[in-house]
Design a protein around this ligand. Structure first.
Ligand code: BGC
Length: 459
């Protein structure tokens, strides 16, 4: 019986080359469609207006701000040349009230943090006139949410994911929201660049490896960026396009998180159940199958089915597990990290938030870990589509080396994720091409990327 249930699960979750094919071509169509469809409401293939990548020899000190799903980081970044950087960072997490409250209050909270960095934490990195507010400080803003950009330092805030439902924010210009908060807090800081975290990742990685052609975030959310020929970005006004010299490339924030629908994504009943219970249903369907924010919930839903079939935990749902989102992805990585030597004590420690009627057996732990492995492996295979399709979009297959800068907790900290991603690429491209693909960890895309773009776009 357990075998039958696992067989069904593996049939639905494990992706062979044949099953990957419609997803890769679905992505190719999304790229094509997104490049010519004006961004309204939900946007994909968003031009960043960044047309230069760093060479690694740039120097200077800059301010950057990075808002992700969990943390706000404000940094003083010193570019030292030779691809070297020094970063002094202030990190804070917004409360639930801030994430769901008035936009202005949220931006005030950010402005307070910027002030603290400049005046308390890192005044020695700025000139006295800058600290006193007599000279303007340039800021690069890395925003891990969709923004419809109209210039490198302008962009309309689109619908945010990751638990943010700020009021009176959507449809407003992001730079204006910052500028107004800086004024309210008497800060002489100017937003010089707005960038998606994927664009920041690609730029930051290009500082240490100028061959980088893809930036991938594989974390709480998932998304990618790559350089596209300006003449191919049909959604951009031709008068704007013509301003760029022929052959210029511009970084595109693909917003792959919102790609996909049932026509080409292999959605299972668990994906549909997760989506239906989410506070933003039908939004970010692909991301909900892949990223760290969701994998644990998928495992929880599957585990409940196993329990109901009397194949797990003696057929009794442990107290707490019936609650939506009660099984975070961190439990999956903890179980998988222990997989080979998992004993009941360690397992119970990981699952200590739940109350069991009967002490779980080793077999229970093995079943739960196997479910985690299946869900995480599908995630890696689906994430590989982001890379494979961008390699094809850029026709990089003939290149001797294909460099991808990747960052994010799901990729970096989930056990075996990097191997699984490579395995998926091998399934799609075969061993020879996959050997040429360098998956390199990109560091501090938000802070360094923000500073670099603020610098590259200064003139
Ligand atoms: C956001 C993207 C972001 C990605 C990775 C998604 O949820 O919509 O803008 O790049 O997460 O952080």
């Amino acid at each position: 019986m357990t075998d039958a249930l696992f067989q069904n699960l593996e049939r639905d979750f494990l992706l062979s080359k044949e099953k990957l094919a419609p997803i890769v071509s679905g992505f190719a169509n999304e790229y094509k469609h997104g490049l010519k469809t004006p961004s309204r409401g939900l946007a994909t293939m968003i031009p960043s207006f960044v047309t230069k990548l760093p060479k690694g020899n740039e120097t200077g000190s800059f301010l950057s701000l990075d808002l992700g799903g969990t943390n706000l980081r404000i940094s003083a970044v010193e570019l030292l040349g030779n691809g070297q950087v020094r970063v002094l960072e202030l990190k804070q997490s917004p409360s639930q009230e801030l994430k769901t409250g008035a936009g202005a209050a949220f931006f005030d909270w950010i402005a307070d943090a910027v002030k603290e960095l400049i005046t308390v934490k890192a005044p020695h990195l700025f000139t006295e006139a800058q600290v006193r507010g007599e000279v303007t400080l340039s800021l690069g803003v890395c925003w891990s949410f969709p923004v419809d950009q109209s210039a490198v330092d302008r962009g309309v805030i689109l619908r945010m994911g990751k638990g943010f439902t700020l009021q009176e924010t959507e449809g407003h210009d992001l730079a204006d929201m910052f500028q107004q908060a800086f004024e309210r807090k008497s800060l002489n800081v100017k937003v010089r660049a707005i960038l998606n975290d994927t664009v920041g990742t690609l730029v930051a990685h290009a500082y240490s490896n100028p061959k980088a052609r893809i930036g991938l975030i594989y974390a709480t959310g998932i998304n990618s960026a790559y350089p596209e020929k300006v003449e191919a970005i049909e959604k951009m006004d031709s008068a704007v396009r013509n301003k760029y010299p022929p052959g210029t490339e511009m970084l595109i924030n693909a917003e792959i998180d919102i790609f996909g629908n049932e026509s080409y994504l292999p959605l299972t009943k668990y994906d549909l159940a997760l989506d239906a219970s989410h506070n933003q249903p039908k939004f970010q369907i692909y991301e909900k199958m892949v990223s760290g924010a969701y994998l644990g919930e998928l495992v929880r839903l599957i585990a409940i089915d196993f329990i109901k079939a009397d194949l797990l935990f003696g057929g009794v749902v442990p107290e707490g597990l019936e609650e939506l989102w009660s099984f975070p992805t961190a439990y999956m990585s903890a179980l998988e990290a222990e997989a080979d030597s998992l004993n009941r004590e360690k397992g119970m420690e990981i699952l200590s938030n739940f109350h069991f009627l009967h002490m779980p057996t080793l077999q229970d732990m093995a079943i739960l870990t196997r479910i985690c492995r299946i869900v995480a492996t599908r995630s890696a295979y689906l994430a590989s589509v982001a890379i494979a399709s961008l390699i094809q979009q850029q026709q990089l297959l003939d290149q001797p080396e294909i460099v991808v800068g990747i960052t994010g907790s799901t990729y970096e900290f989930y056990p075996h994720m990097a191997d699984r991603l490579r395995c998926a690429l091998r399934e799609w491209f075969g061993a020879d091409v996959t050997d040429k693909i360098k998956l390199e960890i990109a560091r501090d895309g938000g802070s360094i990327g923000g500073a670099l773009i603020a610098m590259l776009c200064r003139d």
